[in-house]
Design a protein around this ligand. Structure first.
Ligand SMILES: Cc1cc2nc3c(=O)[nH]c(=O)nc-3n(C[C@H](O)[C@H](O)[C@H](O)COP(=O)(O)OP(=O)(O)OC[C@H]3O[C@@H](n4cnc5c(N)ncnc54)[C@H](O)[C@@H]3O)c2cc1C
Length: 305
């Protein structure tokens, strides 16, 4: 639909003001972060907001910091390029940095925010599986004050979250992890770049010093259910067991049975299930082998060099 009036544009400088504008102005408003989803929806998908509330002038919504006790807090307005290049994240959770690096192109990642990637609630959002595998939490601020929830409870369905009118997603936080934790993110998409995930798999593992017994395990999937999801039954197969190739493949099969993919322009549901099966096993074995940032860096250099 073509807009007949000028766009009403607000730039609040505090969270309280952002919430108040949304509550006063009523339905039809949208928060704006990097705009890489919202502006495309306005230009190409017929979205006609009554008004837009830009969050970028609110201080303290961006930045990555280590918290007392070893957790990491990432402000919702932090760009994906910052997540990708943060020494703290790359050092601690290289697979999370890698998941940010999988989004679009450098130009997109210089604008796109981690909060926008979550709040847009696309099932294929690249950063969601790595955050879910790290048991990340979402912090929201609105008329009723602040609340913190498990990220997995933040998503309600495609394009839908539990945020109430006027509630701003302010932060994603990663609780302290076992220093031995390793992980992997695999985005499966036939194109090298600028394509959404056909499926995404993130895993984290803590392995016993000797014998590769899985002390902790998390498997998170993207693009294969209405929201990014964990695969608890596949995790259950691994917990307390020695990670062998055979077991990794069994867990991959289980994960492919737990998800509920749809067929669409990118892929059939059957193909998505097959890709979950193969790539979950691969992600588990890669993580256990300690696939560090170096091979990935070389791969990115090939892509963008
Ligand atoms: C060319 C191109 C390629 C892309 N490739 C990928 C890809 O490979 N993988 C991928 O995952 N994504 C991809 N995207 C999508 C997009 O870049 C990401 O989802 C991005 O992280 C969205 O963040 P943003 O800051 O731009 O969000 P915006 O567009 O500003 O906002 C998105 C939605 O979230 C809401 N919102 C934003 N921030 C908040 C907040 N703090 N609190 C409450 N609500 C909020 C907005 O109201 C809006 O509804 C691509 C986009 C483009 C244009």
């Amino acid at each position: 639909m073509k807009r007949t009036e000028p766009l009403e544009f607000h730039q609040p400088t505090s969270l309280a003001e952002a919430t108040r504008i949304m509550l006063d102005r009523g339905p039809g408003g949208h928060f704006l972060a990097g705009g890489t989803d919202l502006v495309i929806a306005m230009k190409e998908k017929g979205l006609v907001p009554k008004y837009v509330v830009d969050l970028k002038k609110i201080p303290s919504l961006s930045g990555i910091r280590e918290e007392a006790g070893g957790g990491i807090a990432v402000g919702a307005l932090t760009t994906l390029r910052e997540v990708e290049t943060s020494p703290l994240i790359a050092g601690r959770y290289p697979f999370l940095a890698r998941s940010a690096a999988e989004v679009g192109s450098i130009q997109i990642r210089n604008r796109a925010t981690i909060g926008g990637n979550m709040a847009n609630a696309t099932p294929s959002a690249d950063v969601a599986p790595a955050l879910l595998a790290l048991d990340a939490r979402a912090r929201l601020s609105g008329a009723g004050g602040e609340r913190v929830m498990e990220l997995r409870d933040f998503f309600r369905g495609p394009g839908q979250t539990v945020a109430q009118t006027g509630e701003v997603l302010t932060e994603l936080s990663i609780p302290p992890q076992d220093p031995r934790l390793v992980g992997e993110y695999i985005k499966f998409s036939p194109r090298d770049m600028m394509d959404l995930a056909y499926i995404g798999v993130a895993v984290t593992l803590t392995l016993a010093e000797a014998g590769r017994r899985c002390e902790s395990v998390a498997i998170a999937l993207g693009a294969v259910s209405p929201t990014p999801m964990r695969a608890p039954q596949a995790e259950g197969l691994l917990r307390g067991q020695v990670l062998t190739e055979e077991l990794a493949h069994r867990a991959g099969r289980q994960a492919s049975e737990e998800c509920s993919p749809i067929s669409d322009v990118r892929s059939s549901a059957e193909y998505r299930r097959a890709m979950v099966r193969v790539n979950t096993a691969r992600a588990l074995l890669n993580a256990a082998a300690g696939s560090g940032p170096a091979p990935w860096t070389r791969r990115r250099d090939r892509r963008y060099g």
